[in-house]
Write a protein that binds this ligand. Structure first.
Ligand code: GDP
Length: 303
């Protein structure tokens, strides 16, 4: 399975470190939990989340009177999966669609994190499922971005609305929404520019794009997906916090998870940002995008 392959590095890094801790396990004591915290932090789980996991695990181990290696190992895996529960329920990390008319997904994130690639992969998936897909090239800041999205449209056999570089992104999205409505598209995927250096401009630009969409489709966008690069570790968290100040985000696309040996960033996002990871990028190819599944992720790390 692709999930397994995509997690290979993290399994050999993060997963193997936890397994090594367990292999040396004699009994539960403070040293064990200290080593665990250290391993978690080294794997991009982040300090705050590592301490939380360790503390909750200590209680759990006491409660269950877990003594054997197998008991402790089970408790760790369950604790990590439990991070993805909200009040005892699995977190809702599904993508939301419009009941009528086109669903609109807005993609935000800084350059190079894998936004365009994610749109290309998702467009491919929906096209294959028989949906009518439209792309909007609203990252008009860079000519390269428009061209790159266009290449995906060609590859995916889907339509695209684009204008010249430096055009007003709101004008592009206006045309795209009109076209989506008039020609009965099922889904509109909107690429945007992500210049965090200029937060006020970015905020205004995204707000304007949203306003234009909502003028025609009051319940849209259904998703505002923030792309984060898993290989940048804690920097990804900082970026996410900055984006949350700029616009309302409904979920995370964690890209390049295949490229890191420290997959713990997934746990940090859950615990610190309180945003669901909805999609994960597990490679550069069309098929390398998956809906995030906490159990598959955690079991994929440790088996
Ligand atoms: P954008 O500037 O945010 O639109 O980023 P791009 O979509 O251009 O991606 C930047 C680079 O990351 C490209 O070389 C992509 O092929 C690569 N990339 C994107 N997603 C993934 C992924 O999930 N895994 C790997 N290994 N590479 C990825």
């Amino acid at each position: 399975e692709r999930y397994d392959k995509g997690l290979k590095k993290s399994r050999q890094g993060f997963g193997a470190k936890i397994n090594a801790l367990l292999a040396n396990f004699r009994h539960v004591d403070e040293d064990f939990f200290e080593d665990l915290e250290e391993t978690l932090i080294e794997s991009d789980v982040g300090f705050e989340t590592a301490v939380r996991i360790s503390n909750e695990l200590q209680e759990e181990v006491k409660l269950r009177n877990a003594k054997s290696k197998a008991d402790v190992s089970d408790a760790i895996v369950e604790k990590l999966v439990d991070l993805y529960e909200v009040e005892g329920q699995d977190e809702d990390n599904s993508l939301h669609f419009a009941e009528n008319g086109p669903s609109v997904f807005l993609f935000v994130g800084v350059n190079g994190v894998g936004k365009t690639t994610t749109i290309g992969k998702l467009a491919h998936k929906y096209e294959q499922e028989g949906q009518k897909v439209l792309l909007a090239a609203c990252d008009t800041f860079r000519a390269g971005a428009i061209e790159q999205l266009n290449e995906w449209a060609v590859r995916d056999h889907v339509d695209i609305v684009k204008k010249q570089a430096q055009s007003d992104p709101a004008a592009v999205v206006f045309d795209a929404v009109k076209k989506a409505q008039a020609e009965d598209y099922d889904i509109l995927l909107v690429d945007t520019a992500g210049r965090l250096q200029n937060k006020v401009n970015l905020m205004n630009e995204l707000a304007k794009i949203k306003r234009v969409i909502q003028r025609e489709l009051p319940d849209s966008p259904q998703e505002v997906l923030l792309a984060l690069d898993a290989t940048t570790g804690q920097n990804a968290l900082t970026q996410a916090k900055q984006f949350k100040d700029v616009t309302e985000v409904t979920g995370i696309v964690l890209t390049k998870l295949d490229g890191t040996a420290r997959g713990g960033i997934v746990l940090a996002i859950r615990n610190e940002l309180h945003l669901p990871v909805k999609l994960v990028g597990l490679g550069e190819q069309m098929d390398d995008l998956r809906e995030f599944d906490a159990e598959k992720f955690v079991y994929g790390l440790f088996k």
